[in-house]
Design a protein around this ligand. Structure first.
Ligand SMILES: Cc1cc2nc3c(=O)[nH]c(=O)nc-3n(C[C@H](O)[C@H](O)[C@H](O)COP(=O)(O)OP(=O)(O)OC[C@H]3O[C@@H](n4cnc5c(N)ncnc54)[C@H](O)[C@@H]3O)c2cc1C
Length: 334
C-alpha cells in the first residue's frame, strides 16, 4: 500500500541470450530523471545467466542498485519463475514504481507481476512524469486515440507501467557509483514449464525508419498498395524512409516494423509527411518530436490538421504525383 514507505524507481532489464535490451536502458534514463526529482534511488532488476561483471555496466546507465538473479535456468524467460523471483524481491524491498518494456516478454511479465503484487498497471505509456503531489503520472493515448489520458495509482504500490521501445532516449553511459546485489535463486521444477527447447532469432531487415531525417508516412486513406508506391517514390526523392499507420499495416501495404505510434515506432525526423492519416493520438504520439509536420488529407476536419505545421486538403493520390513531379523538376535543374 502507498503508506508503507515505498522507495525507489525500478526497471526490469530484459536480456536475450545475455544481450541487454535497449528498452531497459531507455527506461533507466527516465527512472533516473524521476528518482533525482524525488530524491530516491534507481533499481535495475535483471534475470539471466549473467556474471556479475556483465551486470555492472547498468550502473553507468543510471542504476544505483542492480538486483541480479543469475542462474542457467533463467537464461530463457520462464513466466512462473521470473514472476515469483521478482515479486518476492519487490515485496521485500518495496519499490515506489516499477517500469517494464512493452515488448512481447514485458507484455507477459508485467501483468503477472501486477496481479501478484496486487497493484495497477498502465500499458503502453507514452510518457511518465511526477505530479505536484509526487505521484507518478502515467500518460497513455486513450478514448480511441482522441485524448492523452493521465493515469495515477494513488493507493497501491508499486506504481507499474510498460513503455514501448524507442519512446525514451537511451542515456549516455557515465561514471557513477552503485552496487550489484546478487540474489538467491530458488526455483521449483514446475516453475520452469513450458520448457524452452530452442531459440531462433527472427531475421529482421534493418528498418531505415530508425534515425531517418525524413519520414513519409501513409495511412488507410492511401487506399491501395498501388498508391503506396507514391510514398516510396517521394521517400526516394527526399532521401527518406516510409512509415505506416496501423490500418495500413493491417492492409498489408507495409510491414509491421515500420508502424509508427503508440504500439509501433517513435520517430524524430526533421520532416514528417503524413498522407491519408487521420492523426489520432495513438499515431501522433509516435511523431510528436518531428521538427516539421506536413499533412495531406482530403478531410479538412481530420484531427491531424490541428497539430501539423503545413496542411494540404486534397486526395493523396492527386497531391503526391504533383509533389513528386515538382521535386523531379527541381532536382533536374539543380
Ligand atoms: C491500444 C491501441 C494502440 C494503437 N496503436 C497505434 C499505433 O501505434 N499506430 C497507429 O497508427 N495506430 C494505432 N492505433 C489505431 C489508431 O487508433 C487509429 O485507428 C489509426 O491510427 C488510424 O489510422 P489511419 O489514420 O491510417 O486510418 P483512418 O482513421 O481510417 O483515417 C484515414 C484518413 O485518411 C483520410 N483519407 C481517406 N481517403 C483519402 C485520400 N484519398 N487522400 C487523402 N486522405 C484520405 C481520411 O479523411 C482519414 O482522415 C492504436 C489503437 C489502439 C486501440
Amino acid at each position: 500500500m502507498a503508506g508503507e514507505n515505498h522507495q525507489g524507481f525500478w526497471v526490469f532489464i530484459e536480456q536475450l541470450q545475455g544481450r541487454i535490451s535497449d528498452v531497459g536502458l531507455e527506461l533507466l534514463g527516465k527512472a533516473r530523471e524521476l528518482a533525482d526529482t524525488k530524491k530516491t534511488y534507481v533499481g535495475a532488476v535483471v534475470l539471466g545467466n549473467i556474471p556479475q561483471e556483465e551486470a555492472s555496466p547498468l550502473l553507468s546507465y543510471g542504476a544505483d542498485r542492480v538486483y541480479l538473479f543469475s542462474h542457467p535456468h533463467l537464461e530463457a524467460y520462464h513466466a512462473l519463475a521470473y514472476t515469483k523471483l521478482i515479486a518476492s524481491l519487490a515485496e521485500r524491498e518495496k519499490p515506489e514504481a516499477f517500469f517494464v518494456g512493452a515488448t512481447p516478454l514485458g507484455a507477459d511479465l508485467a501483468p503477472r507481476l501486477a496481479a501478484v503484487l496486487e497493484t495497477g498497471l498502465s500499458a503502453h505509456c507514452v510518457d511518465l512524469r511526477l505530479g505536484e503531489d509526487g505521484i507518478l503520472e502515467q500518460i497513455v493515448a486513450g478514448f480511441g486515440g482522441a485524448w492523452l489520458a493521465v493515469i495515477v495509482c494513488p493507493e497501491r504500490r508499486p506504481q507499474m507501467a510498460t513503455v514501448m521501445p524507442g519512446v525514451f532516449k537511451k542515456p549516455e553511459p557515465g561514471k557513477r557509483g552503485g552496487e550489484v546485489i546478487p540474489q538467491a535463486v530458488e526455483i521449483e521444477k514446475n516453475e520452469l514449464t513450458p520448457l524452452v527447447a530452442e531459440f531462433k532469432v527472427r531475421e529482421r531487415k534493418a528498418v531505415a525508419l530508425d534515425g531517418a531525417n525524413v519520414v513519409i508516412c501513409g495511412g488507410y486513406g492511401m487506399g491501395s498498395k498501388e498508391n503506396w508506391r507514391l510514398l516510396e517514390e517521394l521517400a526516394r526523392l527526399l532521401g527518406g524512409a516510409v512509415g505506416a499507420s496501423r490500418p495500413a499495416v493491417d492492409e498489408g501495404w507495409a510491414p509491421e516494423e515500420v508502424m509508427i505510434g503508440q504500439s509501433g515506432k517513435t520517430v524524430h525526423p526533421t520532416l514528417y509527411i503524413g498522407a491519408g492519416v487521420s492523426g489520432v493520438m495513438h499515431h501522433v504520439v509516435g511523431i510528436q518530436d518531428s521538427e516539421i509536420v506536413v499533412v495531406i488529407n482530403k478531410d479538412l476536419h481530420a484531427p491531424f490538421f490541428e497539430v501539423c505545421d503545413f496542411g494540404v486538403v486534397g486526395e493523396a493520390e492527386k497531391v503526391l504525383p504533383v509533389l513528386i513531379e515538382r521535386l523531379k523538376e527541381k532536382q533536374q535543374v539543380g
